[in-house]
Design a protein around this ligand. Structure first.
Ligand code: 5GP
Length: 112
């Protein structure tokens, strides 16, 4: 069974694309929690960061660098937050690793 993100990567369902390269896509979240809420998603199916391996180190770094570049492109110079939810208690709902990029509003700490 493909995840919803795999279907978006395979262009089986639409999404608002913010970025695409050989290794990842970035899409605007369908249920945004901030004025900017983008998901950076590896094309390789890694279910969650807790299941990533040493072989995934380059792609993990690429996701963070892509998120930082997108933050700059989307005008988040006053700050932003990157979030990776892992597992049930972490709030993960889609079992395909993704980095949330949130910005354009002050973000409280600690998170909920
Ligand atoms: P998680 O809860 O797994 O960390 O994040 C999953 C995110 O995917 C949620 O913020 C949710 O709104 C978003 N999402 C779920 N389905 C879709 C979809 O079909 N399209 C887009 N663009 N975002 C989705």
């Amino acid at each position: 069974m493909k995840t919803i993100f795999q279907k978006i990567i395979d262009r089986e369902i639409p999404a608002m694309l913010a970025h695409e390269d050989e290794h990842c896509i970035a899409i605007h979240d369908i249920n945004p929690q901030a004025p900017v809420h983008v998901l950076v998603i590896p094309k390789k199916l890694i279910p969650r960061v807790g299941e990533a391996t040493a072989a995934d180190q380059p792609i993990l770094g690429h996701l963070l660098l892509t998120a930082a570049a997108l933050a700059q492109k989307l005008g988040l110079e006053s700050g932003y937050r990157l979030v990776i939810n892992n597992g049930r208690d972490g709030g993960e709902t889609v079992p395909h690793l993704h980095v949330h990029l949130l910005g354009k509003r002050p973000l409280a700490w600690p998170p909920g």
